[in-house]
Write a protein that binds this ligand. Structure first.
Ligand code: ATP
Length: 446
C-alpha cells in the first residue's frame, strides 16, 4: 500500500502498487489520464485528462445524463456555480463538520487519515510504534477569497459536493418549472476536497467530478424511492459495462453515516487495491432544505395541492463519482491475453463507453488510391459517428495493438479488394477475427 503522507500541496506523483501500476501506466502512455501539472513535478491529488480520457469521461457523463435526466419526465438538470455564498456551507453543516481525523507521527512528521490506517499504532512511513497522538479533525473544504479583500468576510469555499448547488436552487426550480413530487434535480460537476491522503490514482483526488441527484419525495414515500434508485444504480452500471459481480452493497451503520443521512448504502467495487466505495445512496431526510430554510429565512416548503398540505420534501440522493467510475471501467476492461502467439494488452470497453468506436486504415500508406478510398469511408462514417479515428502510422499489426490498448471495438482496413468490390476488412478487438463487410454495412457494424 502506498501513502501520500504529505499535506504540502506540491509533491511528486507517487508510485502506485497493488496491481494498479499497469493500468496507471497504460492510462498515461495511451493518453487517458496524466499526473496533474507533471512538468512542474506534479500537484498531489490532481489529474489531467488526455484525449481518450476526456472522450471516455464524456461518454459516461452523457449516458448518465441521458438515462437519468433526458429519458425521464420526473427529472431536470442544473449547472450551479462552484463558488457559493459561504452561508450555504455553514447551514449544511460542512463548515463545522466536514472533516476527517488527522494524525501526525511525532518521529517522522508524516500525516495520515486516522480512519484509513491499517494499524493505528504503527506509522506506515517510518515504522515506529506509538508515535501518533490524538487525532484532530481536519476540515476538507478548500478555502478561497472572493474579491480583492482577503478578509474573513470574503472567505468562500470550493464546493465539496455538487449537492449544495441543487438545494439552494430548489425554490428557483419550483418557481420556474413547477414540478410535482416526486421529482429530482441532477447535476454533473467538479467537487473539491483537501483530502489528507490522496492516493490510489484517481480514486481519491483533491479535485474530482460528481454526478449527483437530489430526488425530492413526500416523506411517506421515501422507502420506495430509495429502492427505485438502488435499482437504478445497478442499471447504470449495466449500461456502461461495470460487471454486477464486482459491485457490492454495504449498508452503512448509523455511526459511520454522514451527519445528514438516516440511511446510506455504499456501492463498493472490487478495485485492484481492495473493495472500496464507488457510489453512495443516501436518505438525507429534510435535513438540507430545512437547514437552508432556517438559515436563509426563505420558505422552501412544497404545497401539495391535492392534500392541501404544505411540507418540506424529503430527499433521496444517489451520488456517483465520475473519476471512480472511470477507474472501475479501466480496471474491469484491462485484459492481457495472447493473440496469434503474441501477448497483448487491451481494454475491453463496451461500445457505449469506448472513446473511439472504430478506426479506419488504408492497408498501405504510400498507395494514393487506397488512401483516397479509406479517407472517403472515414469521412462519411465520421459524419454519422463522430468518435472515429484515422490511423496510417506503422504497419497494420502496430495499428491493431494501439487500437486494442485504447479499447477500440473494431478496425476497418481498406485494401486492393475494396477498390474492386466495395468491401473492407473488419477486425474484432476481442477475438482478433477478421471478416469482409460491404462498405454499406459499416454503420450498422459500428
Ligand atoms: P470516502 O469515504 O471514500 O472518502 P465519501 O463517503 O466521503 O467517500 P461521498 O461524500 O459519499 O464520499 O461522495 C460521493 C461520491 O463522490 C463517492 O461515492 C465517490 O464516488 C466520489 N468521491 C468522493 N470523494 C472523492 C475523492 N476524493 N476522489 C474521487 N472521488 C470522490
Amino acid at each position: 500500500m502506498t501513502f501520500d503522507n504529505n499535506l504540502d500541496h506540491i509533491d511528486s506523483p507517487r508510485p502506485i502498487s497493488n496491481g494498479m501500476d499497469k493500468i496507471v501506466s497504460l492510462a498515461k502512455r495511451r493518453g487517458f489520464i496524466y499526473p496533474g501539472s507533471e512538468i512542474y513535478g506534479g500537484l498531489s491529488g490532481t489529474w489531467d485528462w488526455g484525449p481518450y480520457g476526456v472522450e471516455l469521461k464524456n461518454n459516461v457523463k452523457n449516458l448518465w445524463w441521458r438515462m437519468f435526466v433526458q429519458e425521464r419526465d420526473d427529472m431536470v438538470g442544473l449547472d450551479a456555480a462552484i463558488l457559493m455564498n459561504p452561508k450555504a456551507w455553514e447551514a449544511s453543516g460542512h463548515v463545522s463538520g466536514f472533516s476527517d481525523p488527522l494524525v501526525e507521527c511525532s518521529n517522522c512528521k508524516s500525516r495520515f487519515r486516522a480512519d484509513n490506517l491499517e494499524d493505528k499504532n504503527v506509522c506506515p512511513s517510518c515504522g515506529k510504534k506509538g508515535t501518533f497522538g490524538e487525532a484532530r479533525q481536519f476540515n476538507m473544504m478548500f478555502k478561497t477569497h472572493v474579491g480583492a479583500d482577503e478578509t474573513a468576510a470574503s472567505i468562500s469555499y470550493l464546493r465539496p459536493e455538487t449537492a449544495g448547488g441543487i438545494f439552494v436552487n430548489f425554490k428557483n426550480v419550483m418557481d420556474s418549472i413547477h414540478p410535482k413530487l416526486p421529482f429530482g434535480i441532477a447535476q454533473i460537476g467538479k467537487a473539491f476536497r483537501n483530502e489528507i491522503a490522496p492516493r490510489d490514482f484517481v480514486f481519491r483526488a483533491r479535485e474530482f467530478e460528481q454526478m449527483e441527484i437530489e430526488y425530492f419525495v413526500n416523506p411517506a414515500e421515501w422507502e420506495s424511492a430509495f429502492e427505485e434508485w438502488r435499482n437504478n444504480v445497478h442499471a447504470f452500471n449495466d449500461a456502461i459495462g461495470i460487471p454486477r459481480d464486482a459491485v457490492h452493497e454495504l449498508e452503512v451503520v448509523p455511526e459511520d453515516r454522514a451527519h445528514y443521512s438516516r440511511r446510506t448504502i455504499d456501492f463498493e467495487f472490487d478495485f485492484p487495491f481492495g473493495r472500496k466505495e464507488l457510489y453512495g445512496l443516501a436518505y438525507r431526510t429534510d435535513f438540507d432544505l430545512k437547514a437552508h430554510m432556517e438559515a436563509s429565512g426563505v420558505n422552501l416548503e412544497y404545497m401539495d395541492e391535492q392534500a392541501k398540505q404544505k411540507f418540506i420534501p424529503h430527499v433521496i440522493e444517489p451520488s456517483f463519482g465520475v473519476d471512480r467510475t472511470i477507474l472501475a471501467l479501466l480496471a474491469s476492461a484491462y485484459t492481457e491475453d495472447e493473440l496469434g502467439g503474441e501477448s497483448r494488452t487491451y481494454l475491453k470497453f463496451n461500445k457505449a463507453v469506448a472513446p473511439i468506436k472504430a478506426a479506419v486504415f488504408p492497408l498501405l500508406k504510400n498507395k494514393p488510391q487506397l488512401v483516397e478510398k479509406a479517407r472517403e469511408i472515414y469521412l462519411s462514417l465520421k459524419k454519422e459517428v463522430p468518435q472515429i479515428m484515422w490511423d496510417d502510422n506503422g504497419n497494420i499489426g502496430k495499428r491493431y495493438r494501439r487500437q486494442d490498448e485504447i479499447g477500440t471495438p473494431v478496425c476497418i482496413t481498406v485494401d486492393f479488394d475494396t477498390l474492386e468490390n466495395d468491401t473492407v476488412t473488419v477486425r474484432n478487438r476481442d477475438t482478433g477475427e477478421q471478416v469482409r463487410e460491404p462498405i454499406a454495412n459499416l454503420k450498422s457494424v459500428i
